[in-house]
Design a protein around this ligand. Structure first.
Ligand code: NAP
Length: 320
C-alpha cells in the first residue's frame, strides 16, 4: 500500500510517499481502508519534533481518518468488513491507504456524514467535548467564549456547546471565519485580533463576564482572559505555543480556575462516553464537521502548511 513515511524530523520535505506492506489485524484489531485523513496542528509538531513531541521512525503522520473496514481480528465484535467508520487514533498512522486500529479506536460513521467530514472528527471533537464537559463541567444556560472558534477544535466546540444549551461567543480573525462561526451556531462572533474584543465580551454578558473560556492560544490570551471571567469562571487551556504572564489576583476575586487539557489524558471510559455522544450528535444533525481544504495524499506537505496558516475556516483533510 501507499503511505506517507517520515524518516527524520524536519520541514515538510521529510514527508515521502512510499510503498509499504499491507496491514494485518491482531485478534482485537481492525484494518481500515482509508478514504480521507484529517490533518491537525499536532501532526506538524510531531513531524518537526517541536513543542515536546517526537516520533519513532519510520513515522506515518495522522491520528484521524475515515473509511471502510477492510479486515477484522477474530475477537472483534463491534464492526465488520465493509462498515463505514471514523478512526479516532490508530496504531500505524492515518496518511496511508490503510491504518491499523484497536477495536475501540473505530466508531460507526453515519451515512449522512461524508468520509472527508469523518476524517475531521477524532482530535477536534474529542478535544472540544473533553474540554467543555469533562474539564470545565459546562452546563446549559452558561456562556462560553470559544477563543479561536474558526479552526477544527473551535467549530466542534461551537456545535457541541450550542447543542448543549450554552450561549456561545466565538472568535476568528477574518470576516469569513466569523461568518462560519455564526453559521455553526454561535450567538456572537468577534475578532480576537481586535484589542477591544474582550471588553465586547464583557459587554455582551451585561458586565458579568463569561462562565467558560476555551482557549486555543493561551500564550497570547491567558493573562487577559482572566479579567473576562464571571464569578467561578473557568478557562480551559487547549492550545499554547509559548509562555505567558498572568496576574494571579485576577483568579482570586472570581474564585476562578485555570484548567489544562491534554487529549492524551482521556481515559478509555471517558472516550466511550465522548464517542457515544459524538455519534449521536452526528446522527441527529447537531454535529456537522466542516471541511475547509482537501489535498491528495501525495500533497501531504501542502496540507501540513495549510493547517498552520492564519485565517482558519474548518478542517484540513487529505484524500486517499
Ligand atoms: P486550527 O484549526 O489551526 O485553528 C486554530 C484556531 O486558533 C483558529 O480558530 C484561529 O483563528 C485561532 N487563533 C489564531 N490566533 C488566535 C488568537 N490570537 N487568539 C485566539 N485564537 C486564535 O487548530 P485546531 O485544530 O483548532 O487546534 C487549536 C489549538 O489547540 C492548536 O494549538 C492545537 O495544537 C491545540 N490542540 C490541543 C489539543 C490538546 O489535547 N490540548 C488537542 C487538539 C488541538 P484565525 O485563524 O481566524 O486567527
Amino acid at each position: 500500500m501507499k503511505a506517507i513515511q517520515v524518516h527524520e524530523h524536519g520541514d515538510i520535505d521529510v514527508l515521502k510517499l512510499e510503498e509499504i506492506s499491507d496491514l494485518q489485524p491482531g485478534d482485537e484489531q481492525v484494518v481500515v481502508s482509508i478514504k480521507a485523513a484529517g490533518v491537525n496542528p499536532v501532526d506538524t509538531y510531531i513531524r518537526a519534533g517541536i513543542n515536546n513531541y517526537s516520533a519513532l521512525f519510520p513515522h506515518c503522520p495522522g491520528k484521524d481518518a475515515a473509511g471502510t473496514v477492510l479486515k477484522v481480528g477474530k475477537e472483534v465484535t463491534r464492526v465488520k468488513a465493509g462498515d463505514r467508520v471514523y478512526c479516532a487514533g490508530n496504531l500505524t498512522g492515518a496518511s496511508a491507504e490503510q491504518t491499523l486500529c484497536n477495536e475501540n479506536q473505530v466508531q460507526p460513521l453515519p451515512d449522512n456524514i461524508s468520509f472527508e467530514q469523518g476524517a475531521c472528527i477524532g482530535v477536534p471533537y474529542t478535544t472540544a467535548w473533553r474540554a467543555l464537559f469533562i474539564r470545565a463541567h459546562a452546563m446549559p444556560a452558561e456562556t462560553v467564549l470559544i477563543h479561536g472558534a474558526s479552526g477544527g477544535v473551535g467549530l466542534a466546540a461551537v456545535q457541541l456547546a450550542k447543542a448543549a444549551g450554552l450561549r456561545v461567543i466565538g472568535t476568528a480573525s477574518t470576516d469569513v471565519g466569523r461568518d462560519l462561526v455564526l453559521a455553526n451556531g454561535a450567538h456572537h462572533a468577534l475578532d480576537h485580533n481586535d484589542p477591544e474584543h474582550l471588553q465586547e465580551v464583557i459587554a455582551l454578558t451585561g458586565g458579568q463576564g463569561v462562565n467558560l473560556i476555551l482557549e486555543m492560544l493561551a500564550n497570547v490570551n491567558l493573562g487577559h482572559d482572566l479579567s473576562a471571567l464571571a464569578k467561578e469562571g473557568r478557562v480551559v487551556v487547549i492550545g499554547s505555543r509559548g509562555p505567558v504572564e498572568i496576574n494571579p489576583r485576577d483568579t482570586m476575586a472570581r474564585d476562578a480556575a485555570i484548567l489544562g487539557m491534554a487529549l492524551a489524558n482521556a481515559t478509555p471510559a471517558e472516550l466511550r462516553r465522548i464517542h457515544a455522544s459524538i455519534v449521536a450528535g452526528l446522527e441527529n444533525g447537531s454535529l456537522n464537521p466542516v471541511v475547509n481544504k482537501s489535498f491528495p495524499l501525495a500533497q501531504m506537505g501542502l496540507a501540513h502548511e495549510a493547517v498552520l496558516e492564519p485565517g482558519a475556516c474548518g478542517n484540513i483533510v487529505v484524500t486517499v
